[in-house]
Design a protein around this ligand. Structure first.
Ligand code: ZN
Length: 257
């Protein structure tokens, strides 16, 4: 008989999805815990409200996404006021691919949120797109590697090795399962399961066989299955280990192994 798996989806924007969260949660039978990340003050507040409605299943984060980084001065106080009610700061980081906000504004928002995370002893959820070297420098300079979650990690072997040395956590999403995800899988091969997390990034980046559809938390198991293949270990083991890791970082539990 199959053992029931228990997944922890560490990045799931239920509050931005548009579909009723209750429906998506009901379908995500094997997902016991989810992180709902804020991307600005409104969505952080919505994440906190949603987490309050499902206290045994959801935790929120509060932060400002790099796309919105030019709002940092205006939104900082609101985000600070939410810190005591969230499990982590973010999502923040740098996105030099879409560059929707000025790169210097992105840096000052990212550094501001790193300081906030340090001050409040919270982990930090980091979005990194075409910005590996600057994200690396800033995490290194502020020595926040062990409390950094690299969300939707897509780095290849070289950057994966460097961020591993900083002590970061690697959260894998749909791309590790994409047909075109060879580089991501080569990076994932180097990540010990004890440093890995899984996420859906709902509603984005659905893994096969649902690629192109609006993503949902139930499909985190396809990300886990891709990692099981990369590591040549049973998928049950991936569920168990990534859940224990996520609890260690988001609930500040001491690791169980
Ligand atoms: Zn996100």
């Amino acid at each position: 008989m199959a053992i029931r798996m228990s997944w922890f989806d560490t990045h799931c924007h239920l509050q931005l999805d548009g579909r009723p969260p209750a429906e998506l949660l009901a379908r995500a039978d094997s997902v016991d815990w989810l992180v709902v990340p804020g991307i600005d003050k409104e969505s952080s507040r919505a994440a906190i409200e949603l987490a309050a409605a499902y206290p045994d299943r959801l935790v929120a984060t509060a932060g400002l996404h790099p796309h919105e980084a030019d709002q940092w001065q205006k939104q900082r106080d609101d985000i600070v006021s939410m810190i005591s009610r969230v499990a982590a700061v973010g999502e923040t980081g740098l996105d030099f691919y879409r560059n929707l906000a000025d790169p210097l504004a992105q840096e000052s928002s990212f550094v501001g949120q790193i300081r906030l995370a340090l001050e409040h002893e919270k982990p930090i959820v980091v979005h990194c797109r075409d910005a590996f070297s600057r994200v690396y420098e800033l995490i290194s300079e502020h020595q926040v590697g062990p409390s950094t979650v690299l969300h939707c990690w897509t780095g290849g072997p070289r950057w994966t090795r460097r961020f591993l040395d900083l002590g970061c956590w690697f959260s894998f999403a749909g791309p590790v399962a994409f047909e075109t995800g060879e580089t991501v899988r080569l990076g994932a091969e180097l990540v010990p399961p004890t440093r890995a997390l899984v996420e859906t990034d709902t509603p984005y980046l659905a893994p096969p066989p649902h690629k192109g559809e609006p993503n949902e938390p139930a499909w985190v198991e396809f990300v886990g299955a891709a990692l099981a293949e990369v590591w040549s270990i049973p998928v049950e083991k991936v569920a168990e280990q990534t859940t224990a890791n996520a609890r260690a970082i988001f609930f500040a539990e001491s690791p169980s192994r």
